[in-house]
Structures are given as structure tokens and as C-alpha cells.
Design a protein around this ligand. Structure first.
Ligand code: TXA
Ligand code: MG
Length: 356
């Protein structure tokens, strides 16, 4: 399949006209990758079972992992959900459009391929102007997982989507960098006390301010799938992962850096190329031990977890570009969106955590 790349510069007047073709492609059952404020999404008509099937195929996604339905207008909600739980209006008012996905009871209109057979449906209204304009022009709800091959780090730039999906989708819209850099928070609002199923762009602290207490799926903090079935099925896979093996190190900054340097030297002796994922506060600790076949990237300052979030997936992909074979990474603090950063690192490492 030929994939057309459409680059959009929102500084140009009438930039949204460039979305007309993509909207037509969506209406006629095709696949369009587009930027959102979290990560790039791979969109199809949510009400067209065949189109949705082709999303799973292009990504190589397991069919038991349900998709988020994206809308541009609150009036679209009613047809998609069975009922509107009590917490929904406040949450939508505070956080939509934006990086919060809400889990509702589903209506009969939603094909079961979207929900992987669940009787619930996850819905979000993205805030990225290109995403909103595209959904509005298409005039249909858009099912969209992250636009990566299943298991790979989510794309925050069009070039990441091109790497994974060129030749497998009709159109890729290049709208520059995704600002948040990791996915939306998934919140189950069906229980009386809503539960975070996936930490993301809207933080637990922000949700608590609005709702009082919110629950947290235990699988989020232990980095593993819970013994029982995870309530957000996508969270059970090794996910967000670079091609390189990823090892995480937990402990005080100095002891973590010392252990990472020790192991890096061992790998390099064996002829294995090493990547070190550091932060601005710690990068000087590694500089003396850097070697020709080691690379270091900083996620940014630990004082700004939003910056760590915005750089995480790009850095993991950059190590792959540099053909790094093993990545040794610090675990930063988990305040605010830092919780989502740590969660994605743990998933990407598939449980390889070394306490020092
Ligand atoms: O930020 C985002 O949410 C991005 C952009 C493109 O909008 N999308 C995204 O989709 O991350 P995806 O498919 O990569 O992740 C969807 C997550 C998975 O963990 C999935 O299990 C969960 O949402 N999910 C979808 N429907 C659900 C449902 N009915 N109940 C519980 N979890 C659900
Ligand atoms: Mg994904």
C-alpha cells in the first residue's frame, strides 16, 4: 500500500483544508495516522467493523486489547455510551479536550471489536487542533490506538510513525511533536470511586483535586500484570519497548550511577554497545566512564516531570537508531506525571529492575 505523508503547518492560514482528503479516507474505511497532544494515533471509523479490524492488522495488535474512541464534540457521546456515570460531567468539563480517557458502559452502536468484547467503551476528546479538526471534518467517532507497531514505544513524531507503519496505512499526517509525549490517563468511572487503569497526561493529583479520592489499579505500580486480569487489558503486555534490552536501576543517585557505570564497563568489554538513560541532575556522574561504544541521553530535569514525559519515548527510539543493544536506565521520581514515566519504563523493561 502506498502511504501518503501530509505535512501540516498550523501557522499557514486555512491549514485545516489539508485535512479534507484524510477525512474522506476515514469516512470510506481507510487508516489515517494523526498527531494528538499525547502521542500520534492510528485512526479509523469507529463504527465500521472492517476499518477497525485493519487497525489491529496494521499494528500487529492482539485482538484482546480494546481501542479508545476519539470524539471532537460532547454531543457525540450520547450515542456511544449506555449511560453517563455520576463523575463524568465534572471530569469532562475539567479535562476535555485533553489527555483523559474515560471508561463508560458501552452502547449497542459500538462494535465489539473495539472493546475486545468488554461491555465498556473508553472515550476521549483530544485537544490537539489537528486531531480535533480531523474528527470534526470526518463527522464520525474515530477509534485510535497509538500509531506504533504493537509493543514498540509510542510515536511522538511523524518519523516514528513512518518507521513503524509506512506501507501499512493510507495517510500519515505530520503535525510535529506531540507535546505531552506519553498517552492519556485511562480512568474507569463506572465504580462509585473512579479507578485509574493507566497513568498518563492527567495526574492522580489533578483527579484527586476534583473527585476527592481516586483508586489505582495495583498493576500500575508493580510494573507487572496483576495476577487477576488487568482491567485495562493493554497494560498486561511488555509494551513501549525499544529493540534494545532495558534494565532499570532503583536507589540513591550515586549508588545507581556507580552500578550503571560498573555494568556498562562489563557490557563494553563483551563488545555489547550500551545506552545510558540519565537525567540532567545525574548526567555528570556518567561522563567520566563514557566510552566509544556507549551513548548517554538525558530525559531532562527531575524537577520537571512533564519534560521527562515528553522525552521518554523519543529517547528510547533514539537508542534504537544508534543500534544500542542494552539500555541502562535510572528510575526517576514518580510525582505527578512522573508516575506515568515510571510506569512506562517498567513496562518497557518487562520487570528487569535492579535495586542497588
Ligand atoms: O493518549 C492516548 O490515549 C493515545 C492517543 C492516540 O489518543 N491512544 C492510546 O491508545 O494510547 P492505545 O490503544 O495505545 O491504548 C489504549 C489503552 C489500552 O491500555 C487499553 O487496554 C485501554 O486503553 N482501554 C481501551 N478500552 C478500554 C476499556 N473499555 N476498558 C478498560 N481499558 C480500556
Ligand atoms: Mg499503545
Amino acid at each position: 500500500m502506498h502511504t501518503e505523508i501530509i505535512k501540516i503547518d498550523m501557522a499557514v492560514p486555512d491549514w485545516d483544508k489539508q485535512l479534507d482528503k484524510a477525512a474522506e479516507v476515514l469516512k470510506s474505511g481507510g487508516l489515517v495516522a494523526f498527531p494528538t497532544e499525547t502521542v500520534y494515533g492510528l485512526g479509523a471509523n469507529a463504527l465500521d467493523e472492517k476499518a477497525v479490524k485493519s487497525i489491529y492488522k496494521a499494528k500487529g495488535r492482539p485482538s484482546d486489547n480494546p481501542l479508545i474512541v476519539h470524539i471532537s464534540d460532547i454531543n457525540a457521546l450520547e450515542a456511544l455510551v449506555g449511560s453517563i456515570p455520576a463523575a463524568a460531567p465534572r471530569l469532562m468539563k475539567a479535562f476535555w479536550p485533553g489527555p483523559l480517557t474515560l471508561v463508560f458502559p458501552k452502547s449497542d452502536k459500538i462494535p465489539s471489536i473495539i472493546t475486545a468484547g468488554l461491555d465498556t467503551v473508553a472515550i476521549r476528546m483530544p485537544s490537539h487542533p489537528i486531531a480535533l479538526a480531523l474528527i470534526r471534518k470526518a463527522g464520525i467517532p474515530i477509534a485510535a490506538p497509538s500509531a506504533n507497531s504493537s509493543g514498540r514505544p509510542s510515536p511522538t513524531l511523524a518519523k516514528h510513525v513512518i518507521e513503524d507503519l509506512a506501507g501499512k496505512v493510507d495517510i500519515i499526517i505530520d503535525g510535529g511533536n506531540s507535546m505531552v509525549g506519553l498517552e492519556s490517563t485511562v480512568l474507569d468511572i463506572i465504580p462509585a470511586q473512579p479507578v485509574i487503569l493507566r497513568p498518563g497526561g492527567v495526574t492522580q493529583e489533578q483527579l484527586r483535586q476534583l473527585l476527592g479520592d481516586v483508586g489505582m489499579d495495583p498493576a500500575i505500580t508493580n510494573g507487572q500484570s496483576s495476577a487477576s486480569a488487568p482491567r485495562s487489558p493493554g497494560m498486561k503486555y511488555r509494551h513501549y519497548a525499544p529493540k534494545a534490552a532495558l534494565l532499570l536501576f532503583q536507589g540513591g543517585n550515586d549508588s545507581v550511577a556507580a552500578e550503571i557505570c560498573r555494568r556498562a564497563a562489563l557490557y563494553i568489554n563483551e563488545g555489547t554497545s550500551v545506552g545510558i538513560l540519565a537525567t540532567d541532575e545525574t548526567k555528570a556522574l556518567y561522563e567520566p566512564s563514557m566510552h566509544l561504544s556507549s551513548r548517554m541521553l538525558s530525559l531532562g530535569s527531575r524537577l520537571k516531570p512533564e519534560i521527562l514525559a515528553s522525552n521518554l519515548f523519543r529517547c528510547l527510539r533514539e537508542f534504537d537508531e544508534k543500534a544500542v543493544e542494552v539500555i541502562l536506565a535510572e528510575i526517576p521520581e514518580s510525582d505527578g506525571i512522573g508516575l506515568a514515566v515510571v510506569n512506562r519504563l517498567m513496562k518497557a523493561a518487562g520487570g528487569n529492575i535492579i535495586k542497588v
